[in-house]
Every structure is written in C-alpha cells, then in structure tokens.
Design a protein around this ligand. Structure first.
Ligand SMILES: NC(=O)c1ccc[n+]([C@@H]2O[C@H](COP(=O)([O-])OP(=O)(O)OC[C@H]3O[C@@H](n4cnc5c(N)ncnc54)[C@H](OP(=O)(O)O)[C@@H]3O)[C@@H](O)[C@H]2O)c1
Length: 228
C-alpha cells in the first residue's frame, strides 16, 4: 500500500494543527500544509514534525489560495513531493469584522475567493482522483474532502455578515458535491464548529475538534456533517 497523503488547505496553530497531528499519528505518512505566511507555516511544520516524528514527511506550500494560478502551481509541487492526497482538509478562512456599510465590496469578494472559489478549484482538481481511489477496490481506502465550516449558514452574525454569507455559500457547494460524489464513494462533508474555538473551551478546543473529526472520518461519511 502506497504511503498516504493528507493535504491541509489553510494551516495554522488552531484546528488544523490538531487535525494534522492526530490524522498523521493515526494514518498519514505525508502531510502537505498550505497557507500564506512563510514564518507561520514553518512553525506549523516544526510543531507537526516534533509531534509525529521523522517518519512523517511534512511539506509546506506558501500561497494565497485566492490566486488560482499560484494555487495550481503549489498543488502541482505538493503532488510531486508527497503524492496526491487521500484526504483533503479544507480549512482556510479569514475572520474579520464586517459592518454595514463600511465594509468594502472587495473584502467580500476576497472572502468568497478563499471560501468558495478556492474550494471549487481544489474539488475540481482532486475529486476525480478521490473517485478513482474509491473505485480502486484497495482495502481500507478512505478518500475524503472535509471542510471546516460553522453555524453561520444557519445563524448569521450581522457584525460578521461577510463571513456568514461566504460560509453559507460554502456549505451549499459542499452539499452539491456530497450529493454528486458521496454515491461514488467519496466522503465529502462539513465540520460544523458551532461557536468560537478556544484551547480553554471544554468542547470547542482544537484537540477535541480533531478527535471528533477523526471519529466522523472513521465512520466514512455516513453523516454529511459533524457538529461540534
Ligand atoms: N477559530 C474559531 O473560533 C472558529 C469557529 C468556528 C469555525 N471556525 C472555522 O475553522 C477554520 C479555521 O480554523 P482555525 O480558526 O482554528 O484556524 P487555523 O487552523 O489555526 O488556521 C487556518 C489558516 O488558514 C490560513 N489561510 C487563511 N486565508 C488563507 C488564504 N487566502 N490562503 C491560504 N491560507 C489561508 C491562515 O494562514 P495564513 O494567514 O498564513 O494564510 C490560517 O492560519 C475556518 O474554516 C473557520 O471558519 C473557526
């Protein structure tokens, strides 16, 4: 069995670090981390490598995923270095206040590019591969596209209206992908983190979110979403 790859789009010290650590310790020998800031990404690489040891290869790819050409180049490089992923964890988002009507339309468009357009490009690139993995018949294969979202699609916060609307659009896209490709054997769904994340929160702390995500992943897509 080829060594498996986890690709994290939107890597930082919160949810994605805990998910990368848990998933790499349980299943993945290659992990790709994508984010904009080189220094922060190097810190994520070091933290993950320290947590899971030298057996796991950790590649970092510095790119703003709203730049579609640069994203394609970064993912070409990741595929060459780590192999195409078995699981894509799409986690990137920008949380900034957006008040009526000071918020510039360009900021809304930028958020839509992160949350929806980049997810579409990632899905377009990898879902055919995930479907072929599902159909390969290889025992234990678990092809997946997992997307971090929130309760904002159901309960928009007007002071965060831009994030609320982009998360609603993202959820809708993931639903369409799920309706189309879950029957083909690909686990496509939402991690609904239904409130603020804090290391001190008993439920919504990054390690517990990663643990719940792993349980849901292990079930292989019986449920569209896990609510945490
Ligand atoms: N934190 C919360 O309270 C909370 C609550 C509910 C839901 N969520 C959801 O959880 C996910 C994030 O989890 P987290 O807050 O714990 O963050 P995290 O996993 O620590 O890191 C997410 C990373 O995404 C990267 N990113 C953002 N925009 C990007 C872009 N344009 N291109 C490439 N990378 C980009 C950022 O790195 P760079 O800045 O270096 O690019 C950031 O560090 C989001 O989907 C968010 O909506 C979070």
């Amino acid at each position: 069995m080829a060594s498996k790859t986890l690709l994290i789009i939107g890597s930082g010290p919160g949810i994605s670090r805990s998910v990368a650590t848990l998933f790499a310790s349980r299943r993945y020998k290659n992990v790709g981390l994508v984010a904009r800031r080189a220094e922060s990404l190097a810190a994520e690489q070091a933290a993950l490598q320290q947590a899971v040891g030298a057996d796991v290869k950790v590649g970092i790819y510095i790119v703003d995923i709203t730049d579609s050409e640069a994203l394609a180049q970064a993912l070409d490089q990741a595929d060459d270095e780590l192999g195409k992923p078995e699981t894509v964890f799409f986690n990137a988002a920008r949380v900034i206040p957006s008040a009526f009507f000071d918020h510039d339309i360009k900021e809304i468009e930028y958020d839509l590019k992160i949350t929806v357009s980049a997810l579409y490009l990632v899905a377009q690139r990898y879902i055919p591969h995930l479907v072929s993995l599902a159909k390969s018949g290889e025992p234990g294969t678990k092809p997946a596209l997992l997307v971090t979202n929130s309760a904002l699609p159901f309960h928009p916060i007007p002071q965060l209206f831009a994030l609320s609307l982009t998360k609603a659009a993202q959820r809708n896209l993931v639903q369409s992908l799920n309706l189309t490709y879950a029957p083909e054997g690909v686990h496509i769904g939402i991690i609904n983190v239904a409130g603020p994340v804090s290391p001190d929160d008993a439920v919504r702390n990054p390690n517990n979110i990663a643990a719940k995500t792993w349980e849901w992943f292990e079930e292989g897509g019986k449920e569209f979403e896990v609510v945490i």
